[in-house]
Design a protein around this ligand. Structure first.
Ligand code: COI
Length: 355
């Protein structure tokens, strides 16, 4: 069968920017590889997709994305193994999620051949941008926006789906402390919290900025009504080790269903860990910390992978987590990365070879 992208229009860059980039010294998300994939949707029809040099695209100031935030995105990574083979990790989960997010924001579904085919073609072209080494990857950012030039507050007729990529190492530098947020809310029931909607991130910036002044990198978001139920942390889902129990919050509709979260649940459970998905309360967490029963907190996400959290703040108090010799987060991270970097068998079929 002929692939829709067989005739993909590719305009290659005349001069790669790669020689100017130090792939061993990267600030997350600030360097972009040479090419991007772009396809427009106009009046009910997907137009001809194209790959072109990464760079500015003309947009009408009246485009609906600027006014009403009709925008969703994804975060994925391509990993290079020691032989130079390149793999995606569970890309079908991101494809399904972007279309669920699109559905929630009344945007047309993205065809699989654009999403998967676009990523594969981009990686073929920009494979030299994939950094080597532990924790390094090519971060892939599919993004989908409303482009109709009309400021009526109604569903856009036109859209643009783009894929850009960025060589990446770690997301955060230094230790990560988080603060439990009691006043502001990331999401409420019936809202868009489980969609990867751009506005969900914008809404977090101001409260996070305030917490940063106190030395915290992220907030732990709590439910909008009581601020008593732990939800997630914006760039990551959260896991807690309390006494002998490991738990994470169930996927309420206020929580982004993380691919890494799902993978850790599977890996952990298949290795005999009883990881519970259950309601976790702020009171319980504070009490566990006071009694010395809170052993670990860690975050999971594509960008952060698995990230230890050195302590949390609540009201005016800071509760450090203990330094353990063989913490669970690092065991789980190792298992995950061994699959991602093709160092271990993949009984789940999570690795998708692209090169
Ligand atoms: C990811 O983990 O890939 C995300 O999209 C989160 C973002 C804040 C970097």
């Amino acid at each position: 069968m002929k692939d829709v992208l067989d005739d993909l229009k590719i305009i290659k860059t005349s001069q790669s920017r790669l020689p100017q980039v130090d792939l061993s010294n990267l600030t997350f998300g600030s360097v972009f590889s040479d090419h991007m994939f772009v396809v427009d949707y106009i009046d009910g029809q997907w137009q001809e997709p194209r790959i072109m040099p990464y760079g500015p695209l003309p947009m009408e100031p009246g485009a609906k994305v600027f006014h009403y935030g009709q925008a969703v995105f994804e975060g994925m990574k391509a990993f290079k193994d020691e032989q130079g083979n390149v793999f995606l990790f569970r890309p079908e989960m991101n494809f399904e999620r972007i279309n669920r997010s699109a559905w929630r924001l009344a945007m047309p579904q993205i065809p699989e051949e654009f999403f998967m085919g676009g990523i594969k073609k981009l990686i073929e072209l920009d494979k030299d941008w994939i950094p080597d080494g532990e924790g390094a990857s090519l971060y892939i950012r599919p993004v989908y926006i409303a482009t109709e030039n009309q400021i009526a507050a109604s569903v856009s007729r036109n859209y643009r789906f783009m894929i850009i990529t960025s060589p990446a190492q770690s997301y955060f530098s230094g230790e990560v402390k988080v603060k439990i947020e009691k006043r502001y809310t990331r999401a409420c029931h019936g809202g868009v919290g489980s969609a990867k909607a751009a506005g969900n991130y914008a809404a977090q910036f101001m409260p996070t900025q305030q917490a940063r002044k106190e030395g915290y990198k992220q907030l732990i978001w709590t439910d909008s009504k009581t601020h008593e139920l732990i939800e997630e942390s914006g760039a990551m889902n959260l896991f807690f080790r309390i006494g002998d129990e490991i738990c994470t919050s169930p996927l309420y509709d206020t929580i982004l269903p993380g691919v890494t979260r799902d993978s850790l649940l599977t890996l952990g459970r298949d290795h005999g860990l009883d990881i519970k998905e259950r309601k976790i309360t702020v009171t319980e967490l504070v009490e566990a910390a006071e009694k010395g029963e809170l052993k670990e907190i860690f975050g999971s996400g594509t960008a952060v992978t698995v990230l230890p959290i050195v302590g949390f703040g609540y009201e005016d108090k800071y509760y450090p987590t203990p330094q353990l010799d063989n913490p669970l987060w690092s065991v789980l991270k190792q298992m995950l990365m061994d699959i991602q970097y093709n160092r271990a068998p993949d009984p789940y079929g999570w690795r998708v070879k692209v090169l």
